[in-house]
Every structure is written in structure tokens, then in C-alpha cells.
Design a binder for this molecule. Structure first.
Ligand SMILES: O=C(O)c1cc(=O)[nH]c(=O)n1[C@@H]1O[C@H](COP(=O)(O)O)[C@@H](O)[C@H]1O
Length: 236
């Protein structure tokens, strides 16, 4: 990955998503297909956008017993997305199973990477302690989950950019940190808790940022994308 800005394509259907993409003319983008769109459109959408030259992050956040995750990852492997996700909370065995399934199902020459969500960027310190009953500080929990992800042999994690420096102390070189919860100061946090500006994400060492609503709901999506990308690439 070359420090991409990944657009979270959180749309209800292909028609709406394609209308949005139409504004970018033929620009090749890194698109995240999440549960909302995949549950509606299925594998055909992955194939179509890949054939149009986009990179694909298929974000289904697998979290189940190891065997179920292994078989699900095997199925997903055939779609040849660039990235897929599991939840690190499923444990090391589950993450190893995801990797096994991915390797077993991957067509020759394909190289889908698998990353694990540590703690969702919508999780606050209060929620971690009072609802998830995790007593350790949030940053330490995220770093430990990243360490587990590394042990399982996955390619990286999803986390807030705030946790990237600590994570990088605990994992091998080349381990990727993909960071959603990106907001510019003028934008509402919505349901996100651990938010960071694109400039700060770069400074903290994120390997990729994921941006949804700040682009998809902007009046001028292309200009919003360009502005955030510039800030992320430190070109402003
Ligand atoms: O796995 C993800 O991509 C993800 C993990 C996480 O911890 N937080 C998070 O926001 N995401 C995704 O990143 C996107 C963020 O969207 P916006 O908040 O609209 O920028 C959504 O599609 C989320 O599903």
C-alpha cells in the first residue's frame, strides 16, 4: 500500500454508489465496500469495481469461531479484494484461521491482505471500561490486540491514528495501520470517538486513512476528497 486515502463507500445500493463515483470521472480510487453495500450487492460489485481499476477494501469484519472464519475467509479469497478485515477480539486462533482460509482460497497470483480491527474508533474510554469491562487503558488494549494480530501473522490492524505510535513499538516492521475516524476540525464527529485530522494521522505514522461521510456527504465530493488527500499527503 502506498499510503492510500480509502473512501468508505457507505451507500445503500450500487446505483447511488456509482452515481457518486461518476463525479470522479475515470480516477482510480481505493474503495471500501462495507456490510451495508455488500449485503445488498454481493460479490458482483467487488468484481465490477476491480474491473474498473479500483483497489478494493472489503470490510466485513469477520468475528466467529475459528472454523467458521476460516471457511468464510476462503470464500472471500476468490473475490481477490486487496484487503479484508476480521476482529482482533476473536483471538489469535481465529485470526490464524482467517489467514489459513485466505491462503487456501486464493487464486494463484492473488495477494489479499487481512487486517484486524483492534477497538472500533467509535469506542470511548468510558465504554471500554463500563460496557466491555476492559480495565486496561484503551491505548494499551489496542496495542496488545495489535501484538496478537502480528503473532497471528496478519498484515496489520485497523485502529485510531492516535494509537499508531504505540502500536509501532509492539509489531514487526511493515505491519500496516489503517486508520478511520478521520475528521477535519470543521466536521462533526458523528458516531466516532477517537478522531484525528488527516494531517495528524500522517504525523502519527498511519499507513492509510479511511474517510467516509466527510467525502460521501459533501456537496462537492471531488473537492472534499482532494482537500483531504492533500492534507493527508502534507501538500497544503
Ligand atoms: O474497519 C473499518 O473500516 C472501521 C473500523 C473502525 O474502528 N472504525 C470505523 O469507522 N471503520 C469504518 O470506517 C468508516 C468511517 O466512516 P466515516 O466515519 O463516515 O468517515 C466506516 O465505513 C466504518 O465502518
Amino acid at each position: 500500500m502506498n499510503k492510500p486515502l480509502i473512501i468508505a463507500m457507505d451507500f445503500a445500493d450500487k446505483q447511488t454508489a456509482d452515481a457518486f463515483l461518476g463525479r470522479f470521472e475515470n480516477e482510480k480510487l481505493f474503495l471500501k465496500i462495507g456490510m451495508e453495500l455488500f449485503y445488498r450487492e454481493g460479490p458482483a460489485l467487488v468484481n465490477q469495481w476491480k474491473s474498473e481499476g479500483h483497489d478494493i477494501f472489503l470490510d466485513l469484519k469477520l468475528h466467529d469461531i475459528p472454523n467458521t472464519v476460516k471457511q468464510a475467509a476462503k470464500q472471500l479469497a476468490s473475490l481477490e479484494a486487496d484487503l479484508i478485515t476480521v476482529h482482533a477480539g476473536g483471538g489469535i486462533n481465529m485470526m490464524e484461521a482467517a489467514k489459513e482460509g485466505l491462503e487456501a482460497g486464493q487464486p494463484v497470483g492473488s495477494s489479499t491482505k487481512c487486517i484486524a480491527v483492534t477497538q472500533l474508533t467509535s469506542t470511548s474510554k468510558r465504554m471500554l471500561k463500563e460496557e466491555l469491562l476492559i480495565e486496561k487503558p484503551l491505548e494499551d488494549t489496542v496495542a496488545e490486540y495489535a501484538g496478537n494480530t502480528d503473532k497471528a501473522g496478519l498484515d496489520g490492524v485497523v485502529c485510531s491514528a492516535l494509537e499508531v505510535p504505540l502500536i509501532k513499538e509492539h509489531v514487526r516492521t511493515g505491519f500496516q495501520t489503517v486508520t478511520p475516524g478521520i475528521r477535519q476540525p470543521e466536521h462533526a464527529a458523528d458516531d466516532q470517538e477517537r478522531i484525528v485530522t488527516p494531517e495528524k494521522a500522517k504525523e502519527l505514522g498511519s499507513d492509510a486513512i479511511v474517510v467516509g461521510r466527510s467525502i460521501t456527504r459533501a456537496d462537492d465530493a471531488v473537492s472534499a476528497y482532494q482537500q483531504i488527500n492533500k492534507a493527508w499527503r502534507n501538500e497544503t
